[in-house]
Design a protein around this ligand. Sequence first.
Ligand code: ADP
Ligand code: MG
Length: 327
Amino acid sequence: MSPGGLGEFEFIERLRRRCDPNGALVRGIGDDCAVARVPAGELLLTSTDLLIEDVHFRTAWIDMHDLGRKSVSVNVSDVAAMGGQPLSLFLALGIPADLSLEDLDRFTEGVLSACRDYGAVLAGGDTCRSPRGLFISVTVEGAVPDGLQVTRDGARPGDLVWVSGTLGDSALALRELLAGRQPPEECLRRHHDPRARVELGRTLAAQRFASAMIDISDGLFSDLGHILDASGCGAVLRRDLLPLSPAFLEFQQHQPEVNDLALTGGEDYELLFTSPPQHAEAVRALATPDLPLTEIGQITVSTDGLRIVDAQGTLRMPTRSGFDHFA
Ligand code: ADP
Ligand code: MG
């Protein structure tokens, strides 16, 4: 690879010089392995995401700095969904020869800025040439106090279903981009620079408020389905209670069909969790003006399946379900 004539080792050296050292790292970029400490009494969390040009992103639509940030955020979001703190990130890149050095620098600057936001450090990776298109693989390692990790299988009948933030903004932006139109700016920001809800996830875990949790990457409908499958439960979801942003609501006035996107659209990266009803007031008190928390339904027995209703209790199922790469 030689973006702007830069060789692999020069690229790695540039990256190494821009990385902050971090207390958890005994050894970062530049040796055969990163060497890190897991805090005493905590469990190691690890998750990987792959982002492929023209499958997950189009360089014509997303700025390289945002792409770097998003690559980190979508990965860190998985740690947030377990109630953990991200510590180290690993970045493997397949770089096409036609990527400019300027674009590569903006991308790595975005990666490093997101790492700083989450209190994590870039600890290593791999760098190769790609014959066509940019490949980005990000792995995150995080930690959670032993016993506080929040898995998908802990939901029980009677638990309330909660979601953070607002739903459908990212999917609305993608819909407009695909149609060749300019999306509302607030929705576009959510699509290009989502924020992983690390603090919220950690608090819910530390207080033992969440019985099950997942981050919404494939869409509420699909991701709630994962919690229900893992927990062996059903749920009733109130469509009319789904939290929508002002930009989404305004758009929906003219095109009501976008309402389905709050249920089935992907890439919200909000936290979806279940919580026993006795914690409802305490959970509500965790909401902030920047990050609302909304009760959107209740867990039931598995034979009920997933029922989506309105305020009158009438069934309101979506017309299409979440994104499946193999569909
Ligand atoms: P090796 O041949 O042992 O795999 P490399 O030459 O690939 O070593 O990497 C040297 C160092 O640079 C390692 O610490 C590796 O983790 C780091 N590194 C390589 N590519 C990247 C990258 N894209 N982002 C972060 N660190 C990287
Ligand atoms: Mg290598």
